[in-house]
Design a protein around this ligand. Structure first.
Ligand code: CA2
Length: 155
């Protein structure tokens, strides 16, 4: 059994960050984004991490500055970041700079295969500062990201 997990063990806490409109996951557009809610995804991720002795911190916001602040807080409070920046993927130099500044292991994740979608979704400001990118695996991608972070942190 892993040791007891506390949110204030920075090296063992993973920040899961979700950007704008992802609060609607499982509620709207299920044909595109699936029928699993963000709460359900978070529960599955928490179980996956817990099996590896890791804890999760979940933040979803529709506001770019809130996401930047959560990344800054992760610098001293978390050991890794998983981020689905949603539409900010394609626009945000601020998120990219924040991720580069905190220099934590970072996984970028997209539910859909952005490369199969509109041209404007093909470019990510985030990918160049991420250690890994997961696209097109649906909400299962969050579990894949959790497993990859466990691998990065624990070997
Ligand atoms: O595929 C992804 O995960 C995206 O990051 C989702 C973003 C989109 O702008 C990116 O290009 C790709 C959109 C998130 C919107 O989330 C919704 C969820 C349910 C219903 C409506 C929107």
């Amino acid at each position: 059994m892993p040791d007891a997990i506390t949110e204030n063990d920075p090296g063992r806490t993973v920040l899961f960050l979700n950007g704008p409109n992802l609060n609607l996951l499982g509620v709207r557009e299920p044909d595109k984004y699936g029928s699993t809610t963000l709460r359900e995804v978070e529960e599955t991720v928490a179980k996956t991490l817990s099996a590896h002795g890791l804890a999760a911190r979940f933040v979803q916001s529709n506001h770019e500055g809130v996401l930047v602040d959560a990344i800054h807080a992760a610098r001293t409070e978390c050991g890794a970041i998983v981020i689905n920046p949603a539409a900010f993927t394609h626009t945000s130099v601020a998120l990219r700079d924040a991720i580069a500044a905190v220099a934590l292991p970072t996984v970028e994740l997209h539910i859909t295969n952005v490369h199969r979608r509109e041209e404007f979704r093909h470019h990510s400001y985030i990918s160049a500062v991420a250690d890994a990118v997961i696209v097109g695996a649906g909400t299962h991608g969050y579990v894949l990201a959790a497993l990859h972070v466990a691998h990065l942190l624990l070997g």
